[in-house]
Design a protein around this ligand. Structure first.
Ligand SMILES: Nc1nc2c(ncn2[C@@H]2O[C@H](COP(=O)(O)OP(=O)(O)OP(=O)(O)O)[C@@H](O)[C@H]2O)c(=O)[nH]1
Ligand SMILES: [Mg+2]
Length: 433
């Protein structure tokens, strides 16, 4: 997938990582090459422009840590921007619990709608899918879907009266009556987006009210796919895109541009003609694939470690200065919670027994802090009597609870400061209540 793009990024990466130091003029050179790489992969010019601008801005403003070479820093930024461009996080179909979830697949001729309909049904065969042929134009279309269904043991509704709208309507009724959980409507394709096609789609959608209107677009066609997404979104509305044929020599332009330009996220990608050739679209994994998997994964890990170190050092400085605030406090509590069930953690602390720390107590503390304004969390000193009453009300606790939390917090802050300054020898008894 995206072999061309991957190859070019491989060369780009080698060059970038080779830089010992990076000045503004080197960044300019790097970005020029990146620009050409993206344009040659048929990425939309507007996307390329923004992508380069963002990287430039970030590269000039970031100075993370000496442990990261300038080249690594650039690669990290490129990776993050790429993930962002591809849509950040994967999308999933949410299934209804009250009746069938309806997916309408639409798109131009030959993009892979019928194949994709079968792929989706196969993927979700545990949801009891029903395939619906809504193509009255091409006699072979119904037969194609019927064959695919037969081969994969998926029921296929039959075309009624040669009328796609009526067919969709009756299929929905049947699905409701017979307990089908997923209805996939395979609509007709045309060479162009004409009024007749739009009319038919709108009628089908008005009749069955699909949960997902998904455009199937051929990933090989690059910017044509992007334009189709824009046009279909305007004319019939879209919830998502499935890009097909990415197993071929698609250059990547459609995948990298479609979400940003049309505002419609990619749900799945087609990676073969077979019924199992449908993949979830994970922006981070795709970005890793494009940039060279192993390298990026270890780079991201490295950055995380550095960021953690920086956070820790930052916290330490705050403690020494007595500047710890309730946001830090909450963050530390959450970090503790992430470590697992509190009781188990507490067992490991010498001198503390389980009854000292109560999970409910944590919830209460969290609720109280969550009811404060940002300013209050950052400057707990300002929390006076009337603020305490408001916070208690907002968090469903009492003023006494708020008083106690603040008292504990000020006490802990003071204690930690003294400890950090080496003024208090020995172990401090730790009690939350
Ligand atoms: N390699 C590959 N081929 C695919 C993929 N998806 C679909 N195809 C092929 O593309 C061709 C067209 O697929 P169809 O599913 O018939 O397309 P369609 O959109 O239903 O076409 P019409 O109903 O005529 O508009 C078929 O030969 C499919 O096997 C894919 O992800 N990868
Ligand atoms: Mg078809």
């Amino acid at each position: 997938m995206f072999q061309n793009l991957t190859d070019r990024f491989h060369i780009f990466r080698r060059k970038v990582l080779g830089y010992g130091r990076i000045t503004k003029s080197e960044i300019d050179t790097i970005l020029k090459e990146l620009r050409i790489t993206l344009l040659e992969a048929d990425v939309h010019y507007q996307v390329v422009k923004e992508f380069i601008e963002n990287i430039n801005k970030k590269a000039l403003n970031q100075n993370l840590d000496k442990r990261l070479s300038p080249g690594e820093l650039i690669m990290k930024i490129v990776f993050e921007e790429l993930v962002e461009l591809l849509g950040k996080s994967p999308r999933y179909i949410n299934f209804r619990t009250n009746g069938p979830t309806i997916i309408s697949l639409l798109g131009l001729q030959g993009v892979g709608k019928t194949t994709t309909a079968a792929k989706i049904a196969y993927r979700f065969s545990n949801k009891k899918p029903l395939l619906v042929p809504a193509d009255a134009k091409r006699p072979a279309a119904v037969e194609q879907l019927t064959q695919l269904g037969k081969r994969n043991n998926i029921p296929v509704f039959s075309l009624q009266n040669n009328d796609p709208v009526l067919t969709a309507k009756l299929a929905k009724e049947t699905a409701e009556k017979q307990g089908f959980g997923l209805l996939i409507i395979d609509t007709a394709g045309r060479l162009h987006i004409d009024d007749e096609l739009v009319d038919e789609l709108v009628q089908i959608h008005n009749t069955v009210k699909p949960d997902y209107k998904i455009l199937v677009a051929d990933g090989m066609t690059g910017q044509d796919a992007v334009n189709q997404a824009k046009a279909f979104k305007e004319k019939v509305g879209l919830d998502g895109v499935i890009l097909t044929k990415l197993d071929g020599d698609a250059r990547g332009g459609a995948a990298l541009s479609i979400a940003r330009i049309s505002g419609v996220p990619i749900y799945y990608i087609g990676i073969s003609e077979n019924v199992d050739g449908l993949e979830e679209f994970h922006p981070d994994r795709i970005a890793q694939r494009i940039l060279g998997m192993g390298d990026v994964v270890s780079l991201v890990e490295k950055v995380k470690t550095i960021e953690r170190d920086i956070d820790q050092a930052h916290l330490q400085r705050k403690i020494v200065r007595g500047e710890l605030n309730l946001e830090d406090f909450l963050e530390q509590l959450r970090a503790l919670k992430r470590l697992g069930p509190l009781s188990r953690l507490v067992e490991m602390l010498p001198g503390v027994n389980e009854s000292d720390v109560d999970e409910r107590e944590f919830k209460k503390i969290e609720a109280i802090i969550n009811s404060m304004t940002v300013k209050e969390r950052q400057h707990p000193e300002i929390i006076d009597g009337s603020r305490r009453r408001r916070i208690a009300l907002g968090s469903g606790t009492t003023v006494a609870d708020v008083n106690q939390l603040l008292k504990q917090f000020f006490y802990a802050r003071d204690l930690l400061k003294k400890m950090a300054q080496g003024k208090l020898p020995g172990r401090i008894p730790f009690r939350l209540k």
